[in-house]
Design a protein around this ligand. Structure first.
Ligand SMILES: C[S@@+](CC[C@H](N)C(=O)[O-])C[C@H]1O[C@@H](n2cnc3c(N)ncnc32)[C@H](O)[C@@H]1O
Length: 212
């Protein structure tokens, strides 16, 4: 993709027709300019990282940044002196064009299937910024997050709300899955809020759960 029409990109990200393959091609093609796009597409690193600090300020804790993209969250976590930050990201181009300071990068899609390279109960904290959109992180992917995060650990999820309120079926699926995991005793929701962010109409969903 040489020239990216931003409106088309935003429309693409909320399209209920996106297949996983289309989403993959999208990121493969825009990886080189992704970080210039994020201001418009809007994925606020600081909401995610400041919340991560609130839930685990131990700089030696072990973190996984899910749907890491070009590593904007990882870069900021390392700026904040966190030492052990892994990443899970399926797009080769996003990884190649991205931050090189992660401890490990697992080039994988998160699904309900275990990622063999990652043992259960590995992480104290999971961050995920901008991973929630149609054709992206699937609702059953939370099974894998619950598996790899230690009991007592937290998942901090931040997402531009636009992509959720405009994808009601997807958002319902995410909420249903979280409700079921809580009902089955796997997680305890700690925070869910929609933040009016800075100036205009941009809102951020912030969701935190504890693995129990
Ligand atoms: C909007 S970008 C966000 C990237 C980064 N976290 C940020 O805030 O800049 C979404 C990323 O999620 C990745 N992704 C999509 N589906 C995924 C899945 N099932 N598991 C892991 N990552 C996924 C995409 O390849 C893309 O890099």
């Amino acid at each position: 993709m040489d020239e990216l029409d931003l409106k088309k990109a935003m429309q693409f990200l909320i399209s209920p027709k996106n297949s996983v393959q289309e989403v993959s091609s999208f990121y493969e093609s825009c990886a080189g300019i992704y970080e210039n796009l994020t201001e418009t597409l809007f994925f606020p690193v600081e909401v995610c990282v400041q919340t991560a600090i609130k839930y685990n300020s131990d700089r030696n804790c072990v973190i996984v940044d899910a749907c890491s993209g070009t590593g904007r969250v990882g870069r900021e976590l390392l700026n904040q002196n966190y030492k052990n930050v892994d990443a899970i990201e399926p797009s080769k181009s996003m990884i190649e064009n991205g931050f090189k300071g992660y401890r490990n990068i697992f080039q994988k899609f998160i699904t309900e299937e275990p990622i063999n390279e990652i043992k259960a109960n590995t992480y104290d904290l999971c961050t995920m910024l901008g991973g929630l959109a149609y054709g992206h992180f699937p609702p059953n992917g939370f099974d894998e997050i619950v598996r790899i995060v230690k009991k007592g650990g937290f998942a901090v999820i931040a997402n531009t709300y636009f992509y959720l309120e405009n994808s009601p079926e997807y958002w319902d699926g995410i909420q249903e899955k979280l409700k079921q995991l809580a009902k089955d005793g796997f997680i305890e929701e700690k925070e869910r809020q929609i933040i009016d962010y800075l100036d205009d109409d941009k809102q951020v969903l912030l969701l935190v759960f504890k693995v129990i």
